[in-house]
Design a protein around this ligand. Sequence first.
Ligand SMILES: *Cc1c(COP(=O)(O)O)cnc(C)c1O
Length: 426
Amino acid sequence: MGNKYNFENTVDFAKRQDSQDELKEFRNRFHHPIDDKGHQHIYLCGNSLGLQPKSTESKIQQELLDWKKYGVEGHFNAKNPWMPYHEFLTEAMAEVVGAKKDEVVVMNTLTVNLHLMLVSFYKPTKTRYKILIESDAFPSDKYAVQSQIKWHGYDEKDALIELKPREGEVCLRHEDIVEYVLEHGDEIAMIMLGNTNYYTGQFFDMKSITEVGHQKGCVVGFDCAHGAGNVELNLHDCGADFAVWCSYKYLNSGPGSLGGCFVHERHIKDRNIPKLAGWWGHNKDTRFGMRDGFDPIPTVESWQLSNPPILSMAAVWASLEIFQEAGMSNLRKKAKRMTSYLEFLVNDLGNESICIITPDNENERGSQLSIQVKNADRKLYDKITADGVIADWREPDVIRIAPTALYNNYEDCWRFVECLRKGLDG
Ligand SMILES: *Cc1c(COP(=O)(O)O)cnc(C)c1O
């Protein structure tokens, strides 16, 4: 990899980048975990659980206060009335994932939303019943897809295609996905990929995969758990039929917080799509009539089932306000450069047992590098942790490092690589 940014491996250089960073103020909008002695950890785990915005507490407090003050009347009288509460989040969430307002809703959790989407879009027939996923898909996605295949009475061994990278490679090549779909697409009912792979950090070309999938008559959906708030998804333009994601990783909305769901506008008014229904998907004007037959809202909101947990919604809202202020394209620009700096530093260690398995093309990855350390074991990771780094270890030998654009900086990257160097030296 050429050093196109003219990076330097010194802490002064890293600090200089931080002082010139237009987004630097956002770091102070978050609570950074501290150790027993009051030192800030180097937090590089935003791909697993994002840090807490300082504004989250007051946002939740407001709802607790209004519940205290109004009881059930808070549905209408609260400062932010609970009846339409999810609507306050829609525009900002749509911006984050690059979709139209009518195509996006915050609801449920990721795996639940994936099941709802499979109910609507997985319609197997005798000749076209297979689902294509990645061989190292996130376990929950695989279980969801497997169980739906069985639910429809098909054999998962036959109906689930797990696309593997080439022999000796870790990432799937784009051209191999395309070739597979062109060759076998007639049997594939649905293509369901993690748009940014949780393990390798690889960011797929969603638009081109969607195009080739549609060309062969397949439904195309994406799990954007590691994409939302991390990369520019352009969900509407890429043309995917549906997408789901969670909000507790790059979207900083708190452990187990609500998920998001996207359905392309060409489907949202189609009343023939099978759908599991609940009262929150019903026409808002007559919802409390309680007697009418199901009259779906003419947006993706018709997939909603229950009235949502307002306290979690408040946390999602607090986070989305920050994203609106910072802007996804600004965040992405910083993320590309900062991740490339981390890559430069790791490569500059010149350690032969290290291999970055994430693609080296910055357009094919988000804010994550997966660093394989051959022959290492967890002890290396434990050493780094003892030095104050919070990251993520995947057996047998991979450290996942996610410098997020909102609250990490170049100095974090530099300090982490120093810790890694010391750990490797023994
Ligand atoms: C984090 C993650 C999940 C988690 O699913 P939940 O339903 O939120 O527990 C699922 N799939 C992928 C790809 C993930 O990265």
